[in-house]
Design a protein around this ligand. Structure first.
Ligand SMILES: Cc1cc2nc3c(=O)[nH]c(=O)nc-3n(C[C@H](O)[C@H](O)[C@H](O)COP(=O)(O)OP(=O)(O)OC[C@H]3O[C@@H](n4cnc5c(N)ncnc54)[C@H](O)[C@@H]3O)c2cc1C
Length: 363
């Protein structure tokens, strides 16, 4: 550990970066000089497998608690094969509860505070819209969710001037927020290494590789867990000079329910498909057409946008679509974040880190 590092108890977790800290510092991949295996005595290092949002939030909590942490990431660079890299970055517990267990709301709201200490978080809420002919869908969505207010055309225009005159009714979830997932991952990786942790890229690992040592398996869909399945999500990044949005906008469309999340410099993430499949590979033509059509339905000016990136990844999910943090001896497994990696990692990582510390102390 870096000298002068003050371990903090997990329940006294404070954000690892100042809210105003720059989160695009030059990114140093890893400190190759740190030892991976102790040469003798009881284990001191906790090995975290996977540098997605689950692995990095857990590793950060462990470093903050004064533990020696090595993250082993199979990909050669941050995010290259992580579902986390393709996420929308919506911190939308109320909206997500429309189709998920309501137990996600409370930890999801707490997660917004966690992220505000790590990276730039925009607390501008979420706007949910539907065309007039789909007003029934809007009523259903409202009935299934909390934390919203009904908005008319005037309020929609006040919130998002570029959508003026396009929608007559919507729902506004004032308490929701969003972030840029790539900046969040980079900020965590940077802070982790600056705080004495290590990330080893290009190092595929399995819990069996560290006999007698404590491991936290955060390999997403690759984690060892029998009931885990993949739910493929495809996305498109657009750049538009014509459209400006301040917050994520969800469009309730009978065939293509999508969301558009604004990023910096005119970039918009359009997502995401939900396909029961663990197939990797590029986005399909059909999904691209559907996502782009829905973006066009939200605002025709997206027709002139540049398509700057497309991507697909498999969300790790259990049958109930809720994450699990489990321990078997010295191996803690944290996966199953489904659609809620950024939303729920703050709370789940606290549990994973606590379990790993218990495992270390009883090893
Ligand atoms: C299109 C899309 C949009 C999404 N939008 C949102 C959103 O708006 N908000 C939200 O909260 N969530 C969202 N999600 C869900 C979120 O992205 C996932 O829940 C989350 O990324 C899962 O994180 P993870 O760390 O478990 O897995 P991953 O991010 O997949 O990370 C696992 C890591 O383990 C590594 N790995 C694999 N095998 C090995 C090995 N043998 N050794 C070492 N490393 C290994 C992989 O390379 C990878 O880096 C979205 C997902 C998708 C696909």
């Amino acid at each position: 550990m870096a000298s002068g590092f003050e371990p903090k108890p997990l329940d006294a977790w404070t954000p690892v970066c100042r809210p105003d800290a720059p989160d695009r510092e030059p990114w140093s991949p890893f400190d190759a000089n740190r030892p991976v295996h102790p040469s003798f005595g009881p284990p001191v290092t906790i090995h975290v497998l996977g540098a997605g949002v689950a692995g990095l939030t857990t590793a950060l909590r462990l470093v903050e608690a004064g533990r020696e942490v090595v993250v082993h990431e199979a990909a050669p660079t941050l995010g290259q094969t992580a579902a986390s890299w393709l996420a929308g970055g919506m911190l939308a517990p109320y909206c997500e509860a429309a189709t998920a267990d309501p137990s996600i709301v409370e930890p999801g709201l707490a997660g917004i505070e966690f992220w505000a200490g790590v990276t730039s978080v925009k607390r501008a809420g979420t706007l949910v819209l539907a065309a007039a002919r789909d007003s029934g869908d809007l009523r259903q969505f409202a009935a299934r969710t909390q934390g919203h207010e009904t908005v008319d055309a005037g309020t929609i225009e006040a919130l998002e001037p570029d959508l003026a005159g396009r929608f007559r009714q919507g729902l506004f979830y004032r308490g929701e927020a969003h972030l840029d997932p790539r900046r969040a991952l980079a900020a965590m990786a940077s802070h982790l290494t600056q705080s004495g942790g290590t990330i080893r890229f290009g190092e595929a690992a399995d819990s069996g590789d560290f006999a007698g040592e404590v491991v936290v398996d955060c390999r997403g869909l690759a984690a060892t867990s029998p009931e885990l399945r993949g739910v493929r999500g495809e996305m498109v990044l657009l750049r538009s000079r014509e459209v400006r949005l301040s917050r994520p906008v969800r469009l309730l469309h009978p065939r293509w329910p999508i969301y558009v999340v604004p990023r910096e410099e005119g970039v918009f993430m359009v997502g995401a498909t939900m396909i029961e499949s663990d197939r990797a590979g590029a986005i399909s033509l059909r999904s691209a057409v559907e996502l782009l059509s829905a973006a066009f339905a939200l605002h025709p000016a997206f027709a002139e946008a540049e398509v700057i990136e497309t991507g697909a990844a498999c969300r790790p999910a259990f049958p109930d679509n809720l994450p699990r943090v489990t321990r078997e001896g010295r191996v803690v497994t944290f996966t199953g974040l489904f659609r809620h990696g950024f939303l729920l990692s703050p709370s789940c990582s606290a549990k994973a880190a606590a379990m790993a510390q218990d495992a270390l102390e009883t090893a």
